[in-house]
Design a protein around this ligand. Sequence first.
Ligand code: GDP
Ligand code: MN
Length: 389
Amino acid sequence: MNIHEYQAKQLFQTFDIPTPKGIKVETADEAVQVTKEIPGTAWVVKAQVHAGGRGKVGGVKVAKNIDEVKQFASDMLGTRLVTKQTGAEGLPIESVLIEETSAIKREFYISVLVDRASERVMFVSSIAGGMDIEAVAEETPEQIVSLTINPAAGLQPFQARQIAFDLSLQGTQIRALDKIMQGMYRLLLEKDASQIEINPLIETESGDLLALDAKINFDDNAVALHPEILELRDEGQEDEKENKAEQFDLNYITLDGSIGCMVNGAGLAMATMDLVKLKGGSPANFLDVGGGTTTEKVCEAFKLILSDNNVKAVLVNIFGGIVHCNVIAQGILTAVDQVHVKVPVVVRLEGTNAEKGRELLNNSDFGVVAADDLVSAAEQVVALAKEVA
Ligand code: GDP
Ligand code: MN
C-alpha cells in the first residue's frame, strides 16, 4: 500500500526525520489561506499523487508569490498527472501540498527497504540524488552505496557514519544523518513498511539535512495490523479494476497489452503471459481466478477484463483439477452470455473431463474457440487480437 507524500512526511515527523513545514489543501483558496501559516515569501506547490517523477512534468512548482500559489494550485487540482511512473492515464490530483521553500545546496538519495536477496533490511544511498535513481544505477553504479543491517544488532552508528562519509557530510551533519537513518529504520520495522525513500534528502545552504520528498510503501500483508496506517489509504489513487478484483477474491493486475488473460493459478498465469509474449502478443492483465472457480467468479473476471478498452481478444487457460472442465466450460458460456462478450475468446481447457468441456464449447453458438493445447491457444489469440485491432 502506498500513501501520499504529505502523509509520509507527517509520519517522518513522529520518527524524528526533519521535513520542511507544509500543509495539505484541497482547493486553491485554502492554498492561499495556509501560506499565512508557512514561513517565507515563496512556496512550493506539490501535486499529491501516488507516484514519483512529478518534478519533471509540472507536478512540483515553486511559487514566487501568493498569486502564483493560487494559480499553480488551481492549475493542478482536478486534473490528472501523468509521470514516468503512472502509465498514460495518470493519477487524479485531489490535493496539493503547500510547503516552505528550501535553499538547496546538495541533493542526496537515501532509502531503506527489505532486500530479498540478502534477506535483510538494506539502506541504499547516493550522492547523486534528486534525479531518477534508476538512471544513476545504470549509468554510474559506483555512485550508489548500499549496506545491510544485521537484525540482531540493528543499525549501528558506524554504518550511518560510513554513509555520511560517502555523502561528504561533516561535523554535526554526521549525527543528523545518523538520527534520520535511525528514524527510517524504526519506522520501517514498527509500521511494517517495505520501503521508505527520501529523494532528495537535501543539505540546505545553512548545512541542515531535510527530507524534501517522502515515499513509503507498506507491506499489504501486514497493513491490517496497523489500523492507523490503513486509515491513510486513498483508493482514488489505486487501480479501480484491481480494487474491484479484491472484492471478488481475484488476483488481478492491470497491464498495458491487448490480450485479456483468465487463468487459474499464479504460476500458470505467469506461464500463459510468457507464452502470449513469445507468440508476439502482449497481455492486458494478470488474472488468477484461484482454485475453486465458480461461474460467478468467471463472470466477474470477464467483466473486469472487458472493462479495459485495450482488450481485443481474451485467452482463457484453465486447468481443471478439483473443478471439472465441463463445469468450467459451462461457466464460461454462461459468463460470455451474461456479460455480452463481443471480442473473440480462445479457451484452453486441460484436466478432468477436458474432452467434454471442449465439446460443450465447440457446440455452443457463441463462437468461442476451443484450442487443443496451450501453444496453439496462444497463437490463435494473438492472431485474433491483431485481426480485431
Ligand atoms: P518527484 O519529482 O515526484 O520526485 O518530487 P520531489 O518532491 O522530489 O521534487 C522534485 C524536485 O523539485 C526536487 O528534486 C527539487 O529539486 C525540487 N524542489 C522541491 N522542493 C523544492 C524547494 O523547496 N526549493 C527548491 N529550490 N526546489 C525544490
Ligand atoms: Mn523525489
